[in-house]
Design a protein around this ligand. Structure first.
Ligand code: PGA
Length: 252
C-alpha cells in the first residue's frame, strides 16, 4: 500500500539549541512504524545538523524551499544540489507562503519540482485554494490548474518520487482545519487528476498529505480517510511531544 508520511514544516522557527532539544526529545520517544515515514523540515542553516541527528533513527530531513537554477547570480538562494549535499532527501515546494508571500507562480514551482527530481530530491509539492476561491466554488479549478502545471512536465517514473500535499490556505495556521470530508473530497479529486495523467497504478501509489491546522486531536480522524496518506504540519510539529502524537496517529 501507499506510504504514509508525517512531516514537520518548522517554517522560520527553531534555532540551533531548539533543534538539538527537539531531536533529543523526539528520539527518546520515537518508534518506527511500518508504512509510516517521518520527515522534519528545519531552516536551511541547520539541514546538515538535522541529518546527523535524525538519520540514525530513520527520520528524513527536508528543505523548505530551493531555487530551480543549478548555480549562478541568485543572491540568497540555494540550489537542489546544495540541498542534496546537506544529506536532506526531500524539499517542500510551492508552499502557500512561498506562493502568496513570496510570489512564486505555477511555472516557477514546476521548474523547481523538475530541478529537485533531477538532483534526486523528493519534492513535497503543495497545492491549495484561498478562502475566497473556496467560497466562490473554485476549489476544483484552482487545484486542477496547480496540479496540471507540474504534472504535465513529468513522466510516470518522476511522478512516483513526488509527494503531494493538499493544504487549503484558509486552514494554514488558523486553527480552522478542513473536515475529513472536505479534505477527502479534494484528495479524491487530486488522485483522479494524477490517474488521468499517469494511470491508476501510479495514482494508487502516490502519497497525498493533508496540511492545515493538523493537531493531536484531529489527526486520527483525518488519517482515517481513504485518500489522506499523511500530514504536513506547521504549528503542532514544533514540540516533540505533540509531533510524536501525530506520528502515532490511530495507534490506539
Ligand atoms: P499549520 O501549517 O499546521 O500550522 O496550519 C501547515 C503548513 O503550513 O504546512
Amino acid at each position: 500500500m501507499r506510504e504514509n508520511i508525517i512531516a514537520a514544516n518548522w517554517k522560520m522557527n527553531h534555532r540551533a539549541s531548539e533543534l538539538e532539544q527537539f531531536f533529543q526529545q523526539l528520539l527518546a520517544g520515537y518508534k518506527e512504524r511500518e508504512g509510516v515515514s517521518v520527515i522534519v523540515a528545519p531552516t536551511a542553516p541547520y539541514l546538515a545538523r538535522a541529518v546527523e541527528l535524525a538519520s540514525p533513527a530513520g527520520i528524513k530531513i527536508a528543505a523548505q524551499n530551493m531555487h530551480f537554477e543549478a548555480s549562478g547570480a541568485f543572491t540568497g538562494e540555494i540550489s537542489a544540489s546544495m540541498v542534496r549535499d546537506t544529506g536532506a532527501r526531500y524539499v517542500i515546494l510551492g508552499h502557500s507562503e512561498r506562493r502568496h508571500v513570496f510570489g512564486e507562480n505555477d511555472e516557477m514551482i514546476a521548474r523547481k519540482v523538475k530541478a529537485a527530481l533531477e538532483n534526486k530530491l523528493q519534492p513535497i509539492f503543495c497545492i491549495g485554494e484561498l478562502l475566497e476561491q473556496r467560497e466562490a466554488g473554485k476549489t476544483e479549478s484552482v487545484v486542477t490548474t496547480q496540479l496540471n502545471a507540474v504534472l504535465t512536465t513529468l513522466n510516470a517514473e518522476e511522478m512516483l518520487d513526488v509527494v503531494v500535499a493538499y493544504e487549503p490556505v484558509w486552514a494554514i495556521g488558523t486553527g480552522k482545519t478542513a473536515t475529513p470530508a472536505q479534505a477527502e473530497e479534494v484528495h479524491r479529486l487530486v488522485r483522479g487528476i494524477i490517474r488521468g495523467h499517469f494511470g491508476d497504478e501510479v495514482a494508487q501509489r502516490i502519497t497525498i498529505q493533508y496540511g492545515g491546522s493538523v493537531k493531536p486531536d484531529n489527526v486520527d480522524e483525518l488519517m482515517s480517510a481513504e485518500n489522506i496518506d499523511g500530514a504536513l504540519v506547521g504549528g503542532a510539529s514544533l514540540k516533540a511531544e505533540s509531533f510524536l502524537r501525530l506520528i502515532n496517529f490511530n495507534a490506539g
